[in-house]
Design a protein around this ligand. Structure first.
Ligand SMILES: [Zn+2]
Length: 133
């Protein structure tokens, strides 16, 4: 299982499992229950609390899916454009204009928009590659 990336800053969303939440039992009594949450180690963006690590993971993935792909790409990520065979590396982006600055293996710089992207970094990873045996 890969560590999910923060959709805001590209930091790692890490599972925090040392948290406890007070659950009211009625009559003013509380039970301390362990909860799990994914939180970004950089910007503190966090998903909802889950009662199990799996549930917390689902909340983290839900949170990530609410962000447009463009925001989730960061310098150093690889992606593939629809009209290119090469895998390109993101070197920067212009969030206001929605432009991606990419570099190919020869060092040429290209400018693309999110519509030009065929496979985002996380789609490339899913389709195997170096991890395949
Ligand atoms: Zn973050």
């Amino acid at each position: 299982m890969t560590t999910p990336k923060c959709p805001l800053c590209g930091g790692l969303l890490e599972l925090d499992d040392y948290l406890f939440q007070n659950v009211p039992l009625g009559y003013g009594r509380y039970e301390s229950r362990q909860v799990y949450i994914y939180q970004c180690s950089e910007c503190r963006l966090s998903a909802e609390y889950g009662e199990t690590p799996e549930e917390a993971r689902r909340y983290a993935e839900e949170l990530i899916s609410k962000f447009p792909p463009f925001l989730m790409v960061h310098p150093g990520d690889n992606l593939k454009l629809a009209f290119e065979n090469d895998i390109l590396t993101v070197i920067g982006k212009d969030t206001d204009r929605g432009k991606l600055y990419l570099e190919n293996c020869r060092g040429d710089v290209e400018i693309a928009t999110p519509d030009d992207v065929d496979q985002w970094p996380w789609e490339l990873e899913q389709k195997g590659g170096s991890n395949d045996i």
